[in-house]
Design a protein around this ligand. Structure first.
Ligand SMILES: Cc1cc2nc3c(=O)[nH]c(=O)nc-3n(C[C@H](O)[C@H](O)[C@H](O)COP(=O)(O)OP(=O)(O)OC[C@H]3O[C@@H](n4cnc5c(N)ncnc54)[C@H](O)[C@@H]3O)c2cc1C
Length: 330
């Protein structure tokens, strides 16, 4: 039986929403005819408890990889551990979600295993005898590439938010058998190690907020962000921004959304004075709803948003906040 190994990403035993999408991607591969079963791979003993739920996402088994160097995220060590598993089990495919970590781990694993790696796949177009015809997203989302992958084991990441991250309707109540593998990592696997963690923000963060009020060049200055902060506070949300804003030093880089910033998927993204360049759009395109506030009715963001208000953000935002306050006053 040929396996699809699905790397289950986590941070010290805490899964992210995108973690489950590697299993959705693995299910899509099985449906396309690659492999006949899914084995979830959970790296580091701290994450053992996560294995219990993965049967419902289509995994028939879970491999727990243990080693002293795997107690925290360490890209080379995780990559080495995955490469060892490839050598041990010769799977049909190894997949992860195309997050920064998912792609980093598979880049190391494929280099060590001497296999080609296709990152950020959006579609399996067809399956040949020893090849896959794929579509993948490149250049921060600005182009879709059709490519053919020829390999003994396919190493692939699925573009984030493209594949299903929900439990599989065909596996309701299913449980997966677990097996523990002790990795035998070389000394070089510990070249990169997390030694300290600094919490830059607490409570609601840009990546977890349900509402993000984001500002671009149209905000005009650091002080100009006051009405955005006010609205974000009223809505229990967070403030984001475009690269122009961080380049100008109006907000810290940790607030930047886009190709070289954060990729977020809030319920509501309010884009204030942001034109909607592709490099910004790729960071927030997974938002459930987008509201654009812009003086230019022809701006890209206005064309793409579900809702738009054409006008000066410095007049509109205070008016919206005042209205919210009024309605909340008993
Ligand atoms: C390799 C690379 C990576 C990049 N990565 C990122 C990234 O991660 N994130 C990112 O954001 N960009 C990124 N960029 C930059 C990107 O290409 C754009 O330059 C940038 O997103 C534009 O920012 P903006 O929308 O704030 O500014 P602009 O494009 O200048 O748009 C300003 C908008 O504000 C509107 N406006 C002006 N005044 C008002 C007002 N008073 N009220 C309402 N609206 C008003 C204007 O009509 C306009 O639409 C990257 C570029 C490159 C080449």
């Amino acid at each position: 039986m040929s396996e699809v190994l699905a790397i289950f990403e986590h941070d010290r035993g805490v899964a992210a929403e995108t973690s489950f999408q590697s299993l959705g991607f693995a299910r899509a591969l099985l449906a396309a005819g690659v492999g006949s079963s899914i084995t979830a791979v959970v790296i580091g003993a701290e994450a053992d408890a996560l294995a219990h739920d993965l049967g419902a996402y289509g995994a028939s088994s879970v491999v727990l990889i243990h080693h002293a160097e795997l107690t925290d995220y360490a890209p080379e060590a995780w990559g080495e551990a995955v490469a060892e598993l490839i050598a041990l089990r010769s799977p049909a495919a190894v997949v992860a979600t195309g997050t920064d970590r998912g792609n980093e781990v598979l880049a190391y694993a494929s280099a060590i295993a001497d296999l080609p790696f296709a990152a950020n796949v959006t579609e399996i177009r067809s399956v040949g005898d020893a090849s896959l015809d794929l579509t993948r997203v490149r250049w921060g989302g600005s182009l879709l590439e059709r490519s053919k992958l020829v390999a003994a084991t396919y190493v692939l990441s699925g573009a984030a938010h493209v594949f299903d991250g929900e439990p599989s309707p065909d596996h309701i109540g299913a449980t997966a058998a677990t097996e523990t593998v002790d990795a035998t990592l070389p000394d070089t696997a510990a070249r990169t190690r997390i030694t300290d963690r600094v919490t830059l923000s607490s409570g609601i963060t840009l990546t977890t907020a349900a509402v993000v009020v984001s500002g671009g060049r149209g905000v005009g200055s650091a002080e100009g962000f006051a009405p955005l902060v006010e609205l974000a506070d009223l809505l229990g949300g967070a403030v984001g921004c475009s690269r122009v804003v961080t380049n100008n030093g109006w907000r810290p880089h940790s607030d930047q959304v886009g190709q070289t910033g954060k990729r977020i998927a809030p319920e509501l993204y309010i884009a204030c004075g942001i034109s909607g360049a592709i490099q910004h759009w790729v960071g927030m395109m997974a938002s459930k709803h987008v509201l654009a506030i812009n003086t230019d009715g022809e701006a890209n963001m206005v064309g793409k948003a579900e809702y738009a208000v054409i006008g000066d953000l410095h007049k509109i935002l205070p008016a919206v906040s005042a209205e919210i306050r009024k309605r909340r006053t008993p």
